[in-house]
Design a protein around this ligand. Structure first.
Ligand SMILES: Cc1cc2nc3c(=O)[nH]c(=O)nc-3n(C[C@H](O)[C@H](O)[C@H](O)COP(=O)(O)OP(=O)(O)OC[C@H]3O[C@@H](n4cnc5c(N)ncnc54)[C@H](O)[C@@H]3O)c2cc1C
Length: 375
């Protein structure tokens, strides 16, 4: 029988892999492998850094339950581990009176016990004199976070609990052996092989490819599409007191080109939604064409009429791993065990788009529960 080097190997050192490692390290020996020279340099560094309240998601979905649980866990973690954050609050603004979509979000918030306030035009003007809309919802438990410090703290916490986190280490493939999984890695010193009992795939945009390399058929996973979201930064003094969101896009393809404020007070607008024809992460481009500025300006002027096109500067882009097309109803996170009878535990996380950052700690807990021995 081959000896086991680690109980669990987590593939991917984005915010999800790090949160899983930190949770599992409480009870198991954990190795996390990340291919790049730093943690969280892919999607986890290319998002809005917003802590979502949980208003938007399909009832009873993982996105909904993990966002609600994750949001509260995240605020507590930030306080305990000195992660810069601010419960700044979010306004969702409607261009028309009596918007049924705004009403639906309001009712949802009430049903889920998410603090929410309805604002008429006058009250909205008091909150946000620079925003033009007919009515709005105010979500006071929405916030912003420094996602880089958050990931640093997650890594520190995982290591404090005994996990081994390695950078420059690429997962190549895994096969079943007599003690569990034999894992083949490429490290900066060359190929390396080790044994573990459980494999967890938290490889973000590469999760389908990693699943294939663990012997899972793509027929057993939801279909993947990539959807790019781009941001422009705003040149000027911050004109807002809160995050400003338009109504979300149909099927939750995106949340609409919104205004986020980072902890330094810098305003960014985005992301838009652009479905891509590739599902190969090696073919992704994060470029922002300059002609997009006009399209962004038009969308933003819908709620911030004072914006001048020249005040927008290309910032960055991120890619969503989507499990639905723009014409389809929003899909849920796919977080599931894929081990078959008599094979060692194997878990794939695919389609971890927004609200993945908000949900990360709850996802760590959920994964731990999925690994409890089956009856
Ligand atoms: C435009 C945009 C805006 C968003 N805004 C928000 C928001 O405001 N709030 C919110 O809650 N969520 C938001 N999200 C969602 C959030 O960013 C993601 O859910 C989260 O970052 C996903 O983290 P991850 O760890 O799954 O993926 P990643 O951060 O991509 O991490 C996966 C890691 O796996 C590594 N990896 C892959 N293959 C291998 C391999 N073979 N060997 C070793 N390592 C490997 C990669 O290098 C990568 O570091 C947004 C997402 C996007 C795209």
């Amino acid at each position: 029988m081959s000896s086991v080097d680690f109980d669990i190997c987590v593939i991917g050192g984005g915010v999800i892999g790090l949160a899983i490692a930190a949770n599992l390290a409480k009870s198991s020996s954990v190795l996390l492998v990340e291919q790049h020279d730093a943690f969280g340099t892919e999607t986890s560094s290319r998002n809005s850094e917003v802590i979502h309240a949980g208003l938007y998601y399909t009832p009873n979905s993982l996105k909904e339950s993990l966002c609600l649980a994750g949001r509260e866990a995240l605020y507590t973690f930030c306080q305990q581990h000195d992660v810069p954050h601010q419960m700044i609050g979010k306004l969702i603004v409607a261009p028309d009176q009596d918007s049924p979509r705004l009403e639906a979000l309001f009712q949802k918030a009430l049903m889920l016990d998410i603090p929410i306030e309805r604002l008429d035009q006058h009250a909205l003007h008091e909150h946000e004199p620079n925003v033009s809309a007919c009515e709005a919802l105010f979500s006071p438990r929405s916030g912003i976070i420094d996602s880089h410090i958050y990931m640093l703290r997650l890594a520190q916490e995982a290591e404090r609990l005994g996990a081994t986190l390695t950078k420059y280490t690429k997962f190549d493939k895994a096969s079943v052996n007599d003690s569990g999984w034999q894992v083949e890695l490429t490290t900066s010193d060359g190929p390396y092989s080790l044994n573990c009992t459980t494999l967890i795939n938290a490889a973000g945009l590469h999760a389908h490819d990693v699943a294939l390399r663990c012997g899972t058929s793509l027929n057993d996973l939801p279909l993947l599409s990539f959807c790019r979201g781009r941001y422009f930064s705003y040149q000027g003094t911050n004109p807002f007191n809160h995050l400003i969101y338009p109504l979300p896009e149909a099927n939750l393809t995106g949340l609409g080109i919104h205004a986020t404020i980072d902890l330094g007070g810098q305003v960014r607008f985005g992301p838009d939604t652009e479905y891509l024809s590739t599902t190969n992460p090696a073919h992704l481009s994060y470029e922002i064409p300059s002609h997009l500025k006009l399209h962004f300006a038009k969308a933003i002027q819908g709620y911030f009429p004072k914006l001048q096109v020249e005040q927008l500067n290309p910032a960055y882009a991120g890619i969503r791993p989507k499990l639905h097309l723009a014409s389809e109803i929003a899909a849920d996170f796919h977080i599931a065990r894929h081990d078959r009878k008599n094979t060692p535990p194997l878990l794939h996380l695919v389609g971890i788009e927004s609200p993945g950052l908000t949900s990360s700690l709850a996802i760590g807990q959920y994964v731990t529960e999925l690994l409890l021995p089956k009856n």
